[in-house]
Ligand binder design. Structure first.
Ligand code: C2E
Ligand code: CA
Ligand code: CA
Length: 281
């Protein structure tokens, strides 16, 4: 429903009115949730495929709603993007991720390649402020820049290519690393991988899913891993749920893996305990 100016009755516009208001309500609710500290960050461990050792994690935001319980990011990230609240949320996640990863490093000094990854959405990459946000998060936490990996999707790269390239090169200048998330699902071309300072490719769950069952998925995953190794990029296989998939990504030479087989997203303290365990090869 929509209140028309200068009148005290409600004009009901079928189809669009309801969503407009509920969207407005949810935006206000999300803004309040940020203020009230209802947004938290969980971490999904990243596993070194050849040793089986957890070497860090991907930061994933969660909204702990007081009435509805846990709200997954798919339910509010798009709204956060549209409303601009993503800037605030992004800052929270970035700061938490850097702070937590710095603690993991002090817990596990022997893990040279320890890292944390953080998702950046299109609006964040399009916003100049991101460079300052990242610099500040690194400074405040003392985390070494190369340990922070920023994940962006191919869609983000395509969105405004020149602006995205400029931002990514500035971020790269801080010493952080850049990953392409869900690689293979967007419209990327090999030219991107030269134009943008990319360090890591994350093979989309979509392809990992069919490994060992679907010949196409095998071929695509193999091609991505070979491309990455030729270009000197790290590869991560996402969404590993079965030992069969694990064996395949291992045989293909993927560097890192992530998925429910190893761990669901967990709290930062649990990651600290995992990476700090001494009995890894
Ligand atoms: P994503 O970046 O591709 O993150 C991976 C998603 O796959 C996560 O869902 C994770 O919990 C889920 N996942 C991990 N392993 C498995 C598995 O073995 N099987 C299956 N079926 N799923 C698995 P989540 O946490 O619900 O996040 C969904 C999406 O929301 C993320 O997809 C990302 O695009 C976005 N997102 C999450 N946190 C943030 C954030 O802090 N900032 C931004 N901009 N986006 C975020
Ligand atoms: Ca991601
Ligand atoms: Ca992904």
């Amino acid at each position: 429903a929509k209140r028309s100016a200068g009148t005290d009755f409600v004009v009901y516009e079928p189809g669009m009115g309801d969503t407009t208001v509920s969207r407005k309500d949810t935006t206000a609710e999300l803004a309040a949730a940020i203020r009230n500290g209802e947004l938290t960050t969980v971490y999904q461990p990243l596993i070194n495929v050849s040793t089986g050792r957890p070497i860090g994690a991907e930061a994933l935001v969660r909204w702990q709603h007081p009435v509805d319980g846990m709200r997954p990011p798919d339910q509010f990230i798009a709204l956060a993007e549209e409303s601009g609240l993503i800037t605030e949320i992004g800052k929270l996640v970035l700061n938490d991720a850097c702070r937590q990863a710095a603690r993991w490093v002090s817990e596990a000094p022997a893990v040279n390649d320890l890292l944390v990854t953080v998702n950046l959405s299109a609006r964040q990459v399009g916003d100049d402020e991101i460079v300052d946000q990242v610099r500040e998060a690194l400074e405040a936490s003392g985390l070494e820049p190369f340990r922070l990996v920023l994940e962006i999707t191919e869609t983000v790269l395509m969105h405004d290519r020149d602006a995205a390239a400029a931002t990514l090169w500035q971020l790269k200048g801080l010493g952080v690393r850049i990953a392409i998330d869900d690689f293979g699902t967007g419209y990327s071309s090999l030219a991107y991988l030269r134009r943008f300072p990319i360090d890591m490719l994350k093979v989309a769950r979509e392809f990992v899913d069919g490994l060992g069952r679907d010949a196409h998925d095998d071929v695509i995953t193999r091609a991505i891993v070979e491309l990455a190794s030729t270009l000197g990029l790290l590869t991560v296989a996402e969404g590993i749920e079965t030992t069969q998939q694990q064996e395949h990504v291992s045989a293909l030479g993927c560097d890192l893996a992530q998925g429910y087989l190893f761990s669901r997203p967990i709290d930062a303290e649990a990651v600290r305990a995992l990476v700090g365990e001494q009995d890894w090869p």
